[in-house]
Design a protein around this ligand. Structure first.
Ligand code: ADP
Length: 619
């Protein structure tokens, strides 16, 4: 998968994957902590409960020693035995109850941090430029929002909690052991360094596998997202590519399965070795303890004589020690993975918001404002320039038609006005103010756009119309729909304005959708109109019906129409013919037709043929 770089053979990290290992810096840690700070009181509570439960958890081991020394060895102490057993049970239960509280607190904190992060991410992505959405893979955005941010929960309630509670268990156990008998404590923990080596290597290979399987999962998500989406599945059907797509999926699925299996099986040998190591400690304690009690070793070093109970207590304490040590050794993998997770999330947060309102944004009135493109240069990337030097002016209330061969940059040109993109050089201004100086929300609220690719949200027709103006009354909605020649259609539906439009409006025809989107712009009532081939999906009858509505809409408004129909061009006050990154010609239909140039060629090849009785498009 691209983000991770290609996969290396047999589970080795490629250079690209290695480069993707997170760099753990102070800044990164500080940033992670900043998300936890709002919950610091709860975090302190977590810490306290962890401490309490690990001390409580230690008591049963000590009580076991007492059971041996005070009840079993002296004999005849049945009531004492029962009391000690009950005490042991009570401390155990208390310890479990306290850790339940820890778990609850942790879950609460992590869910709230996720909530904060998701809100912040959504708000951030919402402000990303149009470019971001045309470039970024949809699957990546969804993964980042859901999988990655949700993964933060396991970091906090898993990794963090396990670090804290394991450290607490290890520290309390070691202190208790050394207090009891330093020599046995020493032999009990001497094997711990032996655990480090296998843990390290197992951790490393697990990290590799995790990185790979993460990348493969991403690839699978992307594939599902591409081929099982509305447009994707349609494309698959129409090109009868089911078999290839299935094979592609099966391949990725197979790789995911293989990696998951490998991941599950990795470290089995390691666990086996760990199992043996953890048995060596108790054996050593029994050996040393036995020698001391039998008098083989000099026990005068110790202030109190060693009892059998003390040996038993030591063994159960040392057994308590291994699991936390093991998981602390393993924590580096979890830790690295968590850091990778945060790095990926922060990478999104760090994407600059390249198009936003300046600090001293203005909102000048735009009634009867002049639109001016002044020596505009623009390219989607540095190496391909779409416009090198474009200048023109649109007078208030004028309707300008933009024509040009497909791909000449007509949509790009109009997209510069609502700042979907910013110019590389020169300026676009309205009412004498550079669009980059406007308050962005205000600027966009003043511009109505009807594109060829109509997008309706899943919901009812009414919901979609209200999107333009949530305050619109039913009368206003209906009058807008009448103007867009769609009211009768909507009224004829069993549910009327409450008809569901389906996923992206796919339950409606292209023309119906387009007329709804025109009604939507009528409701928005903008000062400036951009119509991008707005009528191309309409049949001639509905077109004639809304042509009038559009003319009404355009009256008193400044409008730019990307035109493909002769009727539109003839109605325009001026025509801009774009070719090869420049305004090749500008003037009225008659003027341009009289000249030799791109306009006449377009006219002869396209517009003349496109009488108003047939629908056409250059796409
Ligand atoms: P027109 O509307 O005249 O058909 P466009 O303005 O859509 O042309 O596109 C102009 C050129 O810019 C085309 O070559 C197209 O491939 C390219 N282009 C359009 N949108 C993007 C984009 N988001 N990123 C990169 N290139 C783009």
């Amino acid at each position: 998968m691209q983000r991770m770089g290609g996969m290396g053979p047999r589970g080795f990290l490629t250079d690209a994957e290695k480069a993707n290992q997170p760099k753990i810096t102070k800044d990164l840690l500080r940033r992670i902590v900043s998300y936890m700070l709002p919950y610091k009181v709860k975090f302190i509570l977590v810490f306290i409960t962890i401490l309490i439960s690990s001390v409580l958890g230690l008591l049963p081991a000590i009580i076991t020693g007492r059971i041996v020394d005070q009840a079993i060895v002296p004999g005849g102490q049945l009531s004492r035995l029962v009391w000690l057993l009950l005490a042991s049970l009570a401390t155990l239960t208390a310890s479990q109850l306290v850790s339940l509280l820890t778990t609850y607190l942790n879950a609460w904190i992590s869910q709230h941090i996720i909530y904060d992060m998701k809100n912040q991410m959504y708000a951030h992505l919402q402000r990303m430029s149009h470019q971001f959405f045309t470039t970024e893979k949809q699957g990546d955005i969804i993964t980042r929002m859901n999988t990655d941010i949700s993964g933060v929960s396991s970091v906090i309630s898993g990794t963090l909690q396990s670090i804290l509670s394991n450290v607490a268990t290890v520290v309390t156990s070691v202190i208790a052991m050394f207090t009891m008998n330093w020599l046995m404590a020493l032999v009990g923990i001497v094997v711990i360094p032996l655990m480090i080596l296998p843990t390290r290597s197992a951790g490393k290979s697990r990290w590799k596998l995790l990185t790979e399987s993460q990348a493969k999962h991403d690839e699978m998500n992307q594939l599902i997202n591409e081929t099982l989406s509305v447009s994707g599945s349609l494309l698959t059907k129409l090109f009868t590519r089911e078999k290839t797509e299935y094979e592609r999926f099966e391949k990725v699925n197979g790789e995911v399965t293989k990696l998951s299996l490998k991941e599950q099986l990795s470290g089995r040998l390691f666990f086996l070795m760990m199992g043996i190591f953890t048995q060596i400690g108790p054996l050593l304690i029994y050996f040393v303890g036995g020698c001391l009690i039998m008098g083989v070793m000099d026990s005068s070093l110790f202030p109190t004589p060693l009892t059998i109970g003390a040996v038993t207590a030591m063994v159960s304490m040392v057994n308590r020690l291994y699991r936390p040590v093991e998981s602390l050794l393993n924590i580096s993998v979890d830790f690295t993975r968590s850091m990778a997770l945060f790095t990926r999330i922060f990478d999104y947060f760090d994407r600059p918001i390249d198009i936003q309102s300046p600090p001293d944004a203005v909102s000048p009135p735009l009634d009867r404002a002049v639109i001016r493109y002044d020596h505009v240069a623009f390219g989607y990337s540095e190496d391909v320039q779409i416009f090198s030097d474009v200048s023109f002016e649109i007078q208030p209330g004028q309707m300008v038609a933009v024509v040009g061969p497909s791909g000449s940059g007509k949509s790009t040109l109009v997209n510069l006005l609502p700042r979907l993109y910013d110019v590389d050089a020169g300026s676009v201004s309205i009412a004498g103010v550079d669009v980059r100086k406007f308050d962005l929300t205000y600027l966009r609220s003043q511009i109505g756009v009807v594109t060829q690719d109509t997008y309706l949200f899943n919901g009812t027709i009414r919901d979609n119309l209200l999107y333009a103006n949530p305050e619109a009354t039913q009368e206003e909605i209906e009058s807008a729909c009448r103007a867009a020649a769609i009211h009768d259609f909507i009224a004829s539906q069993p549910n009327g304005y409450d008809t569901e439009v389906g996923n992206r409006g796919l339950k409606l025809s292209g023309g119906e959708k387009q007329r709804i989107s025109i009604a939507r712009v009528i409701l928005k009532d903008p000062r400036i109109l951009i119509l991008d081939e707005a009528t191309s999906a309409l049949d001639s009858i509905s077109e004639a019906a809304i042509q009038e509505a559009l003319s009404l809409l355009m009256k008193d408004r400044t409008s730019i129409v990307i035109a493909h129909r002769l009727s539109t061009i003839l109605a325009a006050d001026r025509i801009l013919a774009i070719n090869e990154g420049k305004i090749a010609q500008s003037g009225t239909h008659e003027e341009l037709l009289a000249q030799e140039g791109i306009y006449r060629r377009l006219y002869e090849t396209q517009f003349m043929k496109s009488s108003d009785f047939e629908s056409e498009s250059d796409q």
